[in-house]
Design a protein around this ligand. Structure first.
Ligand SMILES: [Zn+2]
Length: 410
């Protein structure tokens, strides 16, 4: 009788271990306080966060933070979300996601930039079908559409192909929105182009976050966009002509408007340290988001590449991605992770502030209450990392309570 009971008990334990019912524990130095904590996880969620006197492995002093949330990912590791064709398949979307997990990115918005309407619709459909896949563990909560309703002029347009830049067309936008499974969470537009203010109001009414970017809006146009609902400036300081008037340019109104958040690319190439410092001083940690604008060229060999729309671009050995024809950057080749270390180095901000700008603020902006902080009830999207010479080194990544990356296994 006793043996039979033991047998049942072992079976029950095995069953629990094989399911999410088993409790998991992550220990580390909490990013916001530097104090040792034990985080208990059950069913993919954080069950409790408890202070501990010391870690079970005192040698292993790693920080623990909520995973990073990148709101502008054009592609990664050879996979492009914008250009589709044979490039965009469920397997390759999963590949990009797994590579991002290795960098500590547990949530991201695949970003589709200005392109032909049919291709955008097609890609949104492929993405919408794929993100429901359990294997992705809910890492893709939605999408960012950057363009095509932007300023067509060289410089402001950046690397967006001119032939597809247009004024807003609500019918076509709704086609994309429905194709996305109603998951376009953000649209980046230029406030000064015809019909945009009305478009901003309609999107805001639907709960879609409007960002301003690739624009040359004056103060009046910019402030009107914010009154109509625009909430954030996309990669402030980029998507702007090289030669601008020292008084009348699009930067001042965006910095001056206290109701506008900003996203900034902190990869060490897109902005000078003094620009990051000034932008951060003006907006502060509550109104700044670190983004990457990372492209499919991330994690590839340096060299000259031909893009799918025919531009010749160059990835330098230092990781800068250039579009020599217009002497502008073509996007980034670094994950958001680099930006977290870089902004701390440049501004002297705390780790708590840097993580707020890379995890908490984007989750809040899109109203995603299930992620972005370490609290009971939130998704167990956690990263364990060290910081050396202002560089974040990811040791472990957990997504929805599952350990998806361990540097010791890699
Ligand atoms: Zn852009």
């Amino acid at each position: 009788m006793k043996h039979r009971f033991t047998g049942i008990l072992i079976l029950a334990l095995l069953f629990m271990a094989g399911n999410n019912y088993a409790q998991q524990i992550v220990e580390g130095l909490l990013y916001s306080t530097g104090k040792s904590v034990k985080i208990e996880i059950r069913d993919g969620k954080i069950e409790s966060v408890k202070p501990v006197k010391k870690l079970s492995d005192p040698e292993n002093k790693l920080y623990v933070a909520p995973g990073f949330f990148d709101n502008q990912v054009n592609g990664f590791a050879g996979v492009s979300f914008s250009f589709g064709g044979s490039d965009l398949t469920p397997e390759r979307i999963e590949k990009a996601t797994r590579e991002l997990w290795k960098k500590g990115v547990t949530s991201y918005l695949p970003t589709l930039t200005t392109n032909g309407h049919d291709l955008l619709v097609k890609n949104f459909k492929i993405l919408a079908a794929t993100v429901k896949d359990e294997k992705l563990l809910g890492s893709i909560p939605g999408f960012h559409l950057e363009g095509p309703y932007i300023n067509p002029e060289d410089g402001y347009r950046g690397a967006h192909p001119k032939q597809f830049v247009s004024i807003p067309d609500w019918h076509k936008f709704m086609e994309m929105y429905m194709a996305s499974g109603e998951k376009i969470l953000q649209v980046t537009v230029a406030p000064e182009i015809e019909g945009v203010q009305d478009f901003i109001r309609k999107c805001t009414d639907m709960g879609i976050v409007i960002a301003v970017g690739h624009h040359n809006a004056n103060e009046e146009q910019l402030n009107l966009a914010v009154e109509n609902g625009a909430r954030i400036a996309t990669h402030l300081g980029n998507g702007c002509a090289n030669m601008i008037n020292r008084h009348r340019n699009p930067l001042w109104p965006q910095l001056a408007n206290d109701n506008l958040m900003i996203s900034i690319i902190c990869d060490g190439f897109h902005l000078l340290p003094e620009e990051i410092k000034v932008f951060y001083s003006v907006k502060g940690p509550d109104k700044t988001i670190i983004t990457s604008d990372v492209t499919s060229y991330a994690a590839l060999e340096s060299g000259v590449y031909k893009t799918q729309t025919g531009e010749t671009i160059e990835l330098t050995p230092e990781g800068m991605l250039r579009y020599p024809e217009q002497n502008v950057l073509y996007g980034s080749a670094s994950a958001i992770t680099k930006g977290v270390g870089h902004i701390m180095e440049v501004t002297g901000c705390s780790l708590a502030n840097a993580v707020q700008m890379a995890s908490t603020n984007p989750a809040d902006l899109y109203g995603l209450k299930d992620r972005g902080s370490i609290e009971a009830g939130k998704r167990a999207d956690l990263i364990l990392f060290s910081i050396e010479n202002s560089e974040i080194n990811i040791h472990q990544t957990w997504v929805k309570g599952e350990k998806v990356f361990d540097s010791e296994d890699d």
